[in-house]
Each structure stands twice: as structure tokens, then as C-alpha cells.
Design a protein around this ligand. Structure first.
Ligand SMILES: Nc1ncnc2c1ncn2[C@@H]1O[C@H](COP(=O)(O)OP(=O)(O)OP(=O)(O)O)[C@@H](O)[C@H]1O
Ligand SMILES: [Mg+2]
Length: 336
């Protein structure tokens, strides 16, 4: 164990500073910092090629890094990689299950690798297969399993060694909504038991549902970090969208509601008015329209979600993140 130099705060489950990794000329991680509190879920979100798997591989000692430092469960990644390995479990992006072996044999193989004695290994395997509801197919070759069952077996294998920190690289990719929810429940159970989960995902809803904190990785850099709510607040995106059936109504509505913050689309005959999704703002918009005899054909209320965060912060669709201030002011001023 690394000493905590007399501090009362327990060590972070994961603490990384300035992690860097390049393959030749290609910089994959350009100095990333991470801090994960024990017993929480941390989600690393990012588009394809952002560097998520690379981060997981570095933190789980599977590949080396070129710069920066990291501690996992209080153990220095470079100086005590064996201690790190003893503390963690990793479920990779592609299941590590051997299809020729049965579920039980896959579990016992891991128990052997971890040098559990045979009886303890069998007991642990049976307990986990039961908990993951795959006990009834424990004697069937894993090759006959569905994708969801394979993922569950993969996670069960990760848990044989009772790791305190678990890395899950896209744990629910390819799962149907029901299997995804089962996986989420399993993850929540683990966290309730004190385990720390570091997961990567491209499913924003997954991060929203599970994660205590989220970091958005783009092109090797962390471009935002916070709770789901904090990230949503950082970006514009909440609006009321009005659709009209002719350009005259669109023009009239633009005149009455217009300030620099409304966005109109002449082809679609729509107008977007910034809104926090609250009823007073909605009512104010409707009052303005009604008071001016303007008829809208359709109205939808859009509250910002993690999709907006993702699109605003990553890749080609990067937009300016400076707006979002004048929620409702357009409406208030238009009423004057
Ligand atoms: N062994 C390697 N040699 C060269 N380049 C690599 C290697 N491994 C990864 N890369 C590159 O590093 C970048 C990040 O890859 P990584 O697998 O970490 O992305 P990711 O965020 O996990 O993407 P995905 O969502 O597709 O899983 C990519 O551009 C990839 O091509
Ligand atoms: Mg990946």
C-alpha cells in the first residue's frame, strides 16, 4: 500500500495526471487527468477513436504510457503494477470469453489463474453464475450463448477475484434494451457494495443513468467533466420549437418573439426559442402567439440532454458553447 502521508481522506480509486500516449506520430492521449472517488461510477464518454480503450488499457496495466502518472486503488501504476493488477478487474470492449469452454469452465479458468484453491474457485463460480442468472446454462459451451449472456459471463469472470476497481469498456454495446438494463442493475449492485466502476460508453443514456461523474474525451483530450446535470447546464440546447404552416405566420412569430437568440429555418418553417423547459416560459410563448393571432401548427419542447452535450463538445459538430444565457429573456422582452 502506498502511504497517504497522514491525510485523512482515503486515496482516490483512480487518480491520473497528464497521461500521454502516442503511436508513432499519432498522439492518442494528449495529457489527461482523472479523479475517481471510491464506490462511484465514472463514465468516460467519447466518439470512436477518442482514446477510451487506450485509457482503460493504460490504467489496467495492459499497455504502457509515454507520460504522466496514475494511481489505482492507492498503488502507483509504474512502480507497483502487480498491486494494481491485484486490485482491479477488466472487462474489455470485446468479450474475453472462450466459446469452446462452458460458462463454468470459463469461470474456473479465471479462478485458477488467480490461484484460488479448487473448492473456493468452484464456490465463487457457482455464486456468480447464480447471481448473473446464467447458472442454468453453466454447463453449456459459451459459443452457444447470446451476446447478452456472453457479456454477463464476461463480467462474472471479471468479478471472480473480488476487484475493488472495475474497468468496463463499452459494457453494453450490442445489447438489447432489456439486457442493457440487467447489466445496469448488476453495475448498480456492485457499486452499492463499495466497488468503483470506470466505464466507457457511447450511450449517453447509459452515462446519464449510471455515472456519478462523466468525462467527455475527444481526440485525446478531456473536453468536459462533471455530473450529467452539470454537463447539460454547460450547453445550450433547451428550446421550444414552433412549426408554422406558412411563411407569413413564421415571419409574424419571428417579429414578435425575435431577438438574436431565436433561430429560424425558412425551409422547415420553424422557429426555435430558447427555453429552460419551464411552464411559465412555455405559457409566455403561447400568450405572445395568441395575443398576436399567430397560429403555430406544432410545438415541441426540447430539454438539453447528453446528446446535445456530446454533439456540442466532440468531433466535427463542435459548436460554440457560449450561448445559453438568455433563457426566457427573449420571451419576456417580446412581451413588452
Ligand atoms: N496499437 C495501436 N497502434 C496504432 N494506433 C492505435 C493503436 N491502438 C489504438 N490506436 C489509435 O488510437 C486512437 C484511439 O483508439 P481507441 O481504441 O483508444 O479509441 P476508442 O475511444 O476506444 O474508440 P472506439 O469507440 O471505436 O472503441 C485511434 O485513432 C486508434 O486508431
Ligand atoms: Mg474502444
Amino acid at each position: 500500500m502506498t502511504a497517504t502521508t497522514g491525510e485523512t481522506a482515503p486515496p482516490k480509486a483512480i487518480a491520473a495526471q497528464g497521461l500521454r500516449k502516442a503511436y508513432g506520430e499519432k498522439v492518442v492521449l494528449d495529457g489527461i487527468d482523472l479523479s475517481v472517488v471510491p464506490g462511484t461510477v465514472f463514465a468516460l464518454l467519447g466518439p470512436n477513436g477518442a482514446g477510451k480503450t487506450t485509457t482503460v488499457q493504460i490504467l489496467s496495466t495492459l499497455i504502457s504510457h509515454d507520460g504522466g502518472t496514475a494511481e489505482i486503488a492507492g498503488h502507483d501504476l509504474d512502480r507497483h503494477p502487480d498491486a494494481v493488477r491485484d486490485s482491479i478487474g477488466v472487462t474489455g470492449q470485446f468479450a474475453a470469453v472462450d466459446g469452446l469452454l462452458t460458462a463454468e469452465e470459463n469461470m474456473l479458468l479465471i479462478a485458477d489463474l488467480l490461484h484460488l484453491d479448487r473448492a473456493e474457485g468452484k464456490r465463487r463460480a457457482a455464486e456468480l453464475l447464480e447471481r448473473f442468472e446464467i447458472a442454468d446454462v453453466a454447463r453449456k459451451p459459451a459459443a452457444t450463448f447470446s451476446g447478452g449472456m456472453r457479456r454477463k459471463l464476461d463480467l462474472a469472470m471479471t468479478l471472480v477475484g473480488r476487484p475493488s476497481v472495475i474497468f468496463l469498456d463499452e459494457p453494453t454495446t450490442g445489447l438489447d434494451p432489456r439486457s442493457r438494463r440487467t447489466m445496469w442493475d448488476l453495475i448498480r449492485d456492485l457499486v452499492a457494495g463499495g466497488t468503483t466502476i470506470f466505464l466507457t460508453t457511447q450511450y449517453l443514456e447509459e452515462a446519464d443513468q449510471l455515472a456519478d461523474r462523466i468525462a467527455v474525451l475527444d481526440d485525446g483530450r478531456i473536453v468536459a467533466e462533471g455530473t450529467a446535470e452539470e454537463l447539460k447546464r454547460r450547453i445550450p440546447g433547451g428550446h421550444i420549437r414552433l412549426r408554422f404552416n406558412d411563411i407569413h405566420h413564421l415571419n409574424a412569430a419571428t417579429d414578435r418573439l425575435a431577438l438574436s437568440t431565436v433561430t429560424r429555418d425558412d425551409d422547415e418553417l420553424t422557429l426555435q426559442v430558447p427555453s429552460d423547459g419551464s411552464i411559465p416560459v412555455l405559457r409566455a410563448v403561447l400568450d405572445v402567439l395568441e395575443g398576436s393571432g399567430i397560429q403555430a401548427e406544432a410545438l415541441t419542447v426540447h430539454t438539453p440532454d447528453l446528446d446535445d452535450v456530446f454533439l456540442a463538445l466532440t468531433g466535427q459538430d463542435r459548436r460554440t458553447v457560449a450561448v445559453g444565457t438568455a433563457v426566457g429573456t427573449a420571451v419576456k422582452e417580446a412581451q413588452r
